[in-house]
Design a protein around this ligand. Structure first.
Ligand code: SF4
Length: 169
């Protein structure tokens, strides 16, 4: 009987080990998938929102690990030699959104390409780079676009004449 119990225990451990390897091979960290992109699967769910930074977005997955939540962004193309900066910043934004939505700051996120996955640390320098980018975007949103003409008549007839700092007279 003791042999049977030992055998079952060994089989159980092997199955656990194989399951973990399969999950690692898929590019996802060991853990439970707790959030799945709705559009991709055709189900409706709210995107995450950070009111402090006025940021909204929807990672493909959020995996729950014993040491915290890990956002996962899936890219359909093949992996570059190292992840594109735009992809890393997108993942950083998801880390920020997870922090704001769940009250837990992820220590890293995962970029999963078709053939490879990268774990990217959500370091304070990456967070600062993201904050700088967000500030630049906000500044650009507030900036008045340059006047595209030289016609004073057009300005006189314009509804924004009183508030425009580029008006011709
Ligand atoms: S007043 Fe300002 S917004 Fe209006 S036409 Fe002139 S430059 Fe453009």
């Amino acid at each position: 009987m003791i042999y049977l119990i030992s055998l079952l225990l060994v089989i159980g451990l092997v199955l656990l080990w194989l399951g973990g390897r399969r999950q690692l091979a898929s590019g996802l960290p060991l853990g439970r998938v707790v959030y799945i992109d709705t559009e991709r699967l055709g189900r409706l769910k709210q995107p995450l929102y950070d009111p402090v930074h006025d940021l909204a977005g929807q990672p493909d997955y959020i995996v729950e690990k014993p040491d915290g939540l890990v956002p996962v962004e899936v890219k359909s193309g093949r992996a570059p030699l190292s992840p594109y900066r735009s992809h890393v910043l997108q993942l950083a934004a998801y880390c920020m959104l997870v922090h704001a939505s769940y009250g837990e700051r992820p220590t890293y996120g995962i970029l999963k390409y078709a053939d490879r996955a990268f774990a990217m640390d959500y370091s304070s320098s990456l967070e600062n780079e993201l904050l700088d980018l967000l500030a630049e975007i906000r500044r650009a949103e507030r900036r008045t676009p340059d006047r595209s003409h030289h016609s004073a008549n057009r300005c006189r007839a314009c509804g924004y004449l009183q508030v425009c700092d580029q008006a011709l007279d």
